[in-house]
Design a protein around this ligand. Structure first.
Ligand SMILES: [Zn+2]
Ligand SMILES: [Zn+2]
Length: 209
């Protein structure tokens, strides 16, 4: 078992493709002014410079413009919606734009998911070393559950994680994280404890077996 401090795990990427290598439709999808608006039904209204508005349905891979309807082409509107989703300026179907409660950056969360929200960078994953804000103890994340703090019942006490005295003041809708004490990890059977996610602060370290 080793403690590691990971370097930035993201790969170098270009912000835009090389325009000389794009066909003209793809180039226009990048360079023309368009306004993309996500609608309630998960389709997108794309308004062009000339003031036309077309309806793009990504799941059907369709657009209401003549280019797509008549000529069956992968039109610039469809492409533009895909570009804006990748650039995180509009939400993908089924997801909503939200602010990460830890770092404040924009993230996309499942539509039914209530607060608090965490972006991918701030979300805890198994192996993360965290600090308990109440005690200062260091723990290792074992699993991040789908259950909320007000749903998960602690076996030993029969009360939920949210109702547990020490978790007063943390959001009831927090995801429950099971973690083991770092000092316990060398023992054969280290016990897992349940915490509301917000009570655990991430460190730069993670534990690899
Ligand atoms: Zn189109
Ligand atoms: Zn974040």
């Amino acid at each position: 078992m080793t403690l590691i401090t990971p370097s930035d795990d993201s790969e170098p990427t270009a912000l835009a493709p090389d325009p000389e290598r794009l066909d003209s439709r793809a180039a226009r999808a990048w360079t023309e002014r368009m306004l993309v608006d996500r609608r309630e039904d998960d389709t997108y209204a794309v308004t062009t410079e000339s003031g036309h508005t077309y309806r793009v349905d990504l799941r059907e891979h369709s657009c209401s413009c003549p280019d797509h309807r008549i000529r069956g082409e992968q039109c610039k509107h469809l492409r533009r919606v895909a570009i804006e989703i990748t650039a995180r300026s509009v939400a993908p179907p089924g997801r909503e734009r939200a602010r990460c409660d830890v770092c404040g950056s924009v993230t996309f969360v499942p539509r039914d998911d209530g607060p608090p929200h965490r972006c991918r960078r701030c979300a805890l994953v198994p192996g993360d070393v965290v600090v308990d804000r109440e005690t200062g103890n260091r723990l290792v994340v074992a699993s991040v559950l789908d259950e909320r703090a007000d749903e998960y019942v602690i076996e030993a006490t029969g009360e939920t994680v949210a109702a547990y005295e020490r978790n007063d003041g943390y959001p009831a809708g927090d995801r429950v994280v099971e973690a083991t004490y770092l000092s316990d990890t060398r023992r054969s059977s280290s016990r897992r404890y349940a915490f509301p996610q917000s009570r655990l602060d991430r460190t730069d370290e993670s534990l690899v077996a």
